[in-house]
Write a protein that binds this ligand. Structure first.
Ligand code: 5AD
Ligand code: SF4
Length: 442
């Protein structure tokens, strides 16, 4: 039997697709690259914005011809959109056989078998922790990987559907995570990113708030691990000792994804973010003070209900001032059931688009300037392999996450090397491999 699986949305969704695949592989399924070849077609879905859902509906909509030709193909919708829309998915996509929510996919094999016997299987239970039985053979990248350390979110930011579709915040036991990290490094992984909707509150659900620091220490000790990252940090839960761990643990990269969402106090309050723009600025300054060379990344929402031009300008000022390394900008999308969905979505689409473009324009200038400042510097690069655009060159990432391209032997893949930067664009750094240092860094 062959399975085609595709994940929309965030990194956790991609990892969940891999988990589902591990279970299916044990039951004898082999992965294939297109729905045409498959006996089982699965989409792990995202509900964070309406656009993400439309893409799923359009992709899965097209499968109705496949289902007509081969009625024995099982088509399943997994994840956030399944949890949110449940049985309504069968109405809109009558050729779907299985709808499986965010906490049920470890039962995927049994559910698929049920769906082969009778169509219309719905499994969207809310209770129970997800068993994370991962089979490292299905990993997507040889040297770099992710570990889910917590699931769900209790923050209820007014715009966000996550607490409703992924449920209450639950942290995984530390032993389990450390063990997974070791299995990954045994398999050649050099860089691990710890994932959670709000990693700064790791441990809270088992009565040990602040356990992230210990977790970082223990994962950083995995043999052969060169780099460790963690995402996403909520500004209200950031503590000095997490920043100090970032400074003191050599593997932990100087890269912090800590979304401000807005630069306006009125909007932040309406978003239920529980910090002010001034507090965010102070926190960014503290972080940069404690962690030299820190790169900050953040998410922004434009066009939140009632966002005035002046309030948007406050966000633009924040983006201009804080010189993020990366800014992800999203147009507000009302999500049914959230607090903000009760407010009028009153910023016109064209205006949201304009605000989006303004922020991206500011950020792109910042990137151009900051990357130009890197010229002449030496940066540590974890080599990924030949560049897909130009196979004569290698591609990798700096500790602060910029893409770096340079000439070198493909055998350097998976190694840490030093590259002297010679040119740059807003998106990449290009340079020359430093010959001797490569060996010393392994
Ligand atoms: N509309 C637009 N953007 C959203 N995000 C979350 N919910 C919404 C929404 N309803 C953004 C936030 C979050 C990122 C993952 O997606 O910026 O940090
Ligand atoms: Fe959504 Fe806020 Fe939780 Fe992030 S912290 S997942 S934005 S509710």
């Amino acid at each position: 039997m062959k399975v085609f699986i595709h994940a929309f949305g965030c990194q956790m969704n991609k990892l969940d697709a891999e988990l589902a695949l591990s279970h299916l592989a044990r039951a004898g399924y082999a992965r294939c690259d297109s729905p045409e070849e498959a006996d089982l077609v699965l989409y792990n879905t995202c509900s964070v914005r309406e656009h993400a859902e439309e893409r799923v509906y359009s992709n899965v909509g097209k499968l109705k011809f496949l289902k007509r030709r081969r009625p024995d193909v099982v088509i399943g919708i997994l994840g956030c959109m399944a949890q949110k829309d449940q049985g309504r998915i069968f109405e809109r996509l009558p050729h779907v056989d299985l709808v499986c929510g965010t906490r049920e996919f470890p039962r995927i094999v049994e559910l698929v078998e049920q769906a082969r016997r009778r169509r219309g299987v719905l499994a969207c239970g809310e209770a129970g922790a997800v068993r994370e039985e991962r089979d490292v053979r299905h990993r997507a990248h040889p040297f770099q990987d992710f570990i889910t350390i917590m699931r769900g979110c209790d923050n209820y930011c007014a715009y966000c559907i996550v607490p409703y579709v992924r449920g209450r915040e639950v942290s995984r036991p530390m032993e389990e995570i450390v063990d997974e990290a070791r299995r990954l490094t045994d398999d050649g992984v050099r860089e691990i990113t710890l994932l959670g909707q709000n990693v700064n509150s790791y441990g809270l659900s088992f009565g040990r708030p602040g356990a992230l620091v210990e977790l970082l220490e223990r994962v950083a000790a995995a043999p052969g691990l060169a780099r460790l990252r963690f995402v996403t940090s909520h500004p209200k839960d950031m503590t000095r000792d997490i920043l100090q761990a970032m400074r003191d643990l050599p593997a932990v990269c100087e890269h912090l994804h800590m979304p401000p969402q807005s630069g306006s106090d009125r909007v932040l309050k309406a978003m239920n973010r529980r910090y002010t723009a001034a507090q965010y600025r102070d926190l960014a300054a503290l972080a940069r003070d404690i962690v030299p060379g820190l790169a900050l990344a953040g998410d922004f929402i434009v066009g939140f209900p009632g966002e005035t031009e002046a309030e948007f300008e406050e966000t633009a000022a924040l983006v201009r001032e804080l010189r993020f390394q990366n800014a992800f900008v999203f147009k507000y999308s009302p999500r049914p059931g959230t607090a903000a969905a009760r407010l009028p979505d009153d910023v016109p689409e064209a205006e949201k688009r304009r605000r989006n473009q303004v922020l991206l324009g500011i950020q792109s200038r910042v990137n151009l300037e900051e990357n130009a400042r890197a010229i002449g510097r030496e940066v540590e690069v974890l080599v990924e392999g030949p560049s897909p655009r130009d196979p004569r060159r290698l591609i990798g990432r700096a500790r602060t996450n910029q893409i770096v391209v340079f000439e070198g032997a493909p055998a350097l893949a998976g190694r840490l090397v030093r590259v002297r930067i010679e040119s740059s664009t807003a998106l990449t750094l290009a340079g020359r491999l430093m010959p001797d240092a490569g060996a010393t860094l392994t």
